[in-house]
Design a protein around this ligand. Structure first.
Ligand code: SF4
Length: 156
């Protein structure tokens, strides 16, 4: 898996102060996408164990308290990304107690494959669906267009 950017202290992508990872690869190609440079799977830089170690350490850093991890992109649920993101989320669940995980995807929850769903069900909140320019609304919290949903996966 490749990634574009890692922000160790982020207050924009999700609630509270967070760590945010932008992965590479998205097959949705929504018109008006704010992050089209992330579409190719081979764009950005290779994700590695050292970065996973850093994310875990940052989430556990008591000097700057983070509420959790945000996974965006690109699409963390792109089939090519699922195994590596699953590994990362499993580590966060095991090694970062009390931290939440938010994930943004262009797929709708109902359309997920079983592998995608296994991963999606490990996060706290899934923001799902493609960005639809006609439904864009800057007043919406944590999503770009009104078709997208904030799904508390544990309650589904
Ligand atoms: S799903 Fe997100 S990253 Fe992918 S094209 Fe749509 S807006 Fe861009």
């Amino acid at each position: 898996m490749n990634y574009h950017r890692y922000i160790d202290v982020d207050v924009v992508n999700g609630p509270g102060t967070r760590c945010t990872l932008y992965v590479a690869g998205c097959e949705h190609h929504c018109p008006g996408c704010y992050n089209a440079s992330t579409w190719p799977l081979n764009s950005g830089h290779p994700f590695c164990d050292a970065l996973a170690d850093q994310i875990v350490a940052d989430l556990n850093d008591t000097r700057i308290r983070r509420r959790g991890l945000s996974l965006t992109g690109g699409d963390p649920l792109h089939p090519e990304n699922v195994p590596e993101v699953l590994k990362l989320v499993r580590r966060v669940r095991a090694e970062c107690p009390g931290k939440d995980v938010w994930m943004w995807t262009g797929y709708t929850f109902e359309a997920l494959t079983s592998a995608q769903r296994e991963l999606a069900q490990m996060v706290d909140v899934l923001v799902d669906g493609r960005f639809v320019q006609e439904l864009a609304d800057p007043e919406l919290l944590f999503r770009g267009s009104s078709n997208q949903r904030l799904i508390e996966v544990g309650k589904v």
